[in-house]
Design a binder for this molecule. Structure first.
Ligand code: PEP
Length: 251
């Protein structure tokens, strides 16, 4: 089963409106009408509308960095799946390690967000990954397995192929330290195997698993060439048109 490579840029809490518009324009022009891979950018939520307008008619999809799993109501400061769709979003990043570490987001909350994203017809990108301490203690598979089981709790097999997993070792995010292609492939293979247990091997073979953690144009080709790596979730390098496009071209 062939899986379409997906490259997504996580802009995090960076930039102002003018730079967001320029970055979106630069990426969409460079990517053109028919990229061989699926491409998305995930701006800060306050710029979603603006970036959606810039991307209108382009092959670059729009994603959000988070959502709140409820319908409209008294949830001050939050944004739900329907609002993200209304802004033109197709994707939403869930359970990013920064949210897990800084906002205390739990696997249970991620699973609730996942259900809300699917109910709102968004493509969820569910992030998992171990810390350096976990890895050095030989706990990578334990930690990633627990996060994956908890975050996908309640996910029906019939919806699973519409979910993207992002394996992002925390020690490789924003540090310039990339997992070697072998280290990444080992964990991706473990994840696919576990998805096969949670669903079926056939479903697992159709699910896309991105790698994230200091992906750059110079290391993207080798990472994306691994059998179980189906794309990249890119932080720092997605903030520069040339770097992001270099990664897309490697896909
Ligand atoms: C990320 O935060 O999702 C990420 C992968 O960041 P960076 O590419 O900067 O390591």
């Amino acid at each position: 089963m062939s899986r379409r490579t997906i490259i997504a840029g996580n802009w995090k809490m960076n930039m102002r409106a003018d730079t967001a518009a320029a970055l979106a324009k630069g990426v969409s022009e460079a990517v053109g009408e028919n990229p061989s891979v699926e491409v998305a950018v995930c701006p800060p939520s306050v710029y979603l509308h603006l970036v959606s307008d810039v991307l209108a008619g382009s092959a670059v999809g729009l994603g959000a960095q988070n959502l709140y799993p409820a319908g409209d109501g008294a949830y001050t400061g939050e944004v739900n799946a329907a609002m993200l769709s209304d802004c033109g979003c197709r994707y939403v990043i869930l359970g990013h390690s920064e949210r897990r570490a800084l906002m205390g987001e739990t696997d249970k909350q991620v699973s609730e967000k996942l259900a809300a994203a699917l109910a709102g017809n968004l493509v969820p990108i569910v992030c998992v990954g171990e810390t350096l301490e976990d890895r050095e203690a030989g706990k990578t598979e334990d930690v990633v397995g627990t996060q994956l089981r908890g975050s996908l709790e309640g996910l029906d097999e019939s919806r699973a192929t519409g979910v993207v997993i992002a394996y992002e070792p925390v020690w490789a995010i924003g540090t310039g330290k990339t997992a070697t292609p072998e280290q990444a492939e080992d964990v991706h293979a473990f994840i696919r195997n576990l998805l096969g247990e949670l669903f079926t091997p056939e479903v697992a073979s159709q699910m896309r698993i991105q790698y994230g953690g200091s992906v750059k144009p110079g290391n993207a080709e080798e990472l994306l060439g691994q059998p179980n790596i189906d794309g990249a979730l890119v932080g720092g390098a997605s903030l520069k048109v040339d770097d992001f496009v270099g990664i897309i071209k490697a896909g």
